[in-house]
Design a protein around this ligand. Structure first.
Ligand code: TYM
Length: 325
């Protein structure tokens, strides 16, 4: 079997973009691929300063994956930091990676352009190298991600090639990003990419009342109840499309064009669809979120499952680069 690998940062609850762009696609691959998925707690430390919140978020994300159907018998689900060798490979990759490559990284450029350069720590700058190490240390074949991670995958391939050509051999395997077209960039409440940093997120497993409240905040134009509306430019329709059947979608589009159907109606329809979709997952999540022993068992077993691969790859790159005897 080929290997699928991906990671997610523990910076609070996952949002709808994480779910549709990565969590769902990743879980869907667990039958046909050997699945390795992890919570990127090292990466979160570029910003998080609250150890308790970090640990809690690791549990939340683990419970999310389990609630959504990750099968710990099939897939390995683990903490990034349970494999500290990933930081050793980060160093080896750093030594073959040009500053220029990292200066072109979107996340670093965005931080710099916002004029907060003095707040950028070295971890932010070197973030893509740690991420490349995450991927390469597991001999990964495919990496299910949203569109915002595609540049990181290109950089990963670049670093693997640099390492291989520097030391003369196929030591590191070149991975491929796998992006689902329809959910590559899930829009948030304001139509921009859904992202915690934009404050525009929908959290799918919230209790119904709170979920409804978030959905009611979706921004629209100011057309009145009676006005005909354009479904092709409306954010509510874009999200509805991801949950509704073809007939249900056609019906909403028809309502838009006809008029007499307000944005409030559309939001209510979206809420009902999402609530119906997520209710069973919410129940499963609530049943396990406080069982830290169980969640730790899952994470520990995941780390044990990936360890042989890690030891193999680390031995290979140490041998290749001249470290050790
Ligand atoms: P993170 O934690 O920001 O996001 C986790 C996953 O969710 C996807 N995603 C989205 N997809 C569609 N629409 C959106 N609005 C949206 N927002 C987020 C992301 O593309 C991602 O796949 N650097 C990574 C974590 C990471 C990683 C790795 C990923 C660390 N090491 C190795 C893959 C392989 C990150 O910050 O993702």
């Amino acid at each position: 079997k080929k290997r699928s690998l991906s990671g997610i940062k523990p910076t609070g609850f996952p949002h709808l973009g994480n779910y549709l762009g990565m969590i769902r696609p990743a879980i869907d691959l667990q039958d046909d691929f050997e699945a390795f998925y992890f919570v990127a707690d090292y990466h979160a430390l570029t910003t998080v300063r609250d150890p308790q919140a970090l640990r809690q978020s690791v549990y939340q994300i683990t419970a999310y994956f389990l609630a959504f159907g990750l099968d710990p018998e099939k897939a390995a689900f683990f903490r990034q930091s349970d494999i500290p060798e990933v930081t050793e490979l980060t160093w080896l990759l750093s030594c073959v990676t040009h500053m220029g490559l990292l200066e072109r990284a979107h996340a670093y450029k965005a931080a710099r352009d916002q004029g907060i350069e003095k707040d950028i720590n070295h971890g932010v700058f070197t973030y893509p190298v740690l991420m490349a190490s995450d991927i390469l240390i597991y001999d990964s074949d495919v990496v299910p991600v949203g569109a915002d991670q595609v540049q990181h995958l290109e950089m990963t391939r670049d670093m693997a090639q640099k390492f291989n050509s520097a030391f003369g051999g196929d030591f590191l395997k070149l991975p491929e990003a796998r992006v689902r077209e329809d959910v590559a960039t899930v829009p948030g409440l304001d139509g921009r990419k859904m992202s915690k940093s934009y404050g525009n997120i929908i959290e799918p497993l919230l209790p119904p009342k709170k979920l409804r409240k978030q959905i009611m905040k979706i921004e629209t134009d100011s057309k009145g109840l009676d006005d005909p509306k354009d479904p092709s430019t409306c954010n509510i329709v874009t999200l509805y499309k991801l949950f509704a059947s073809a007939e249900e979608l056609a019906e909403m589009e028809e309502n838009y064009r006809r008029g007499g159907y307000g944005y409030g109606h559309a939001k209510q329809a979206l809420f009902e669809k999402m609530d119906e979709h997520f209710a069973p997952y919410r129940e499963r999540f609530n049943a396990i979120i406080d069982d830290h022993n169980y969640l730790d068992d899952v994470l520990d077993a995941g780390a044990r499952k990936v360890r042989p691969t890690v030891e193999d790859v680390i031995a290979r790159v140490r041998q290749a680069s001249g470290l050790g005897r």
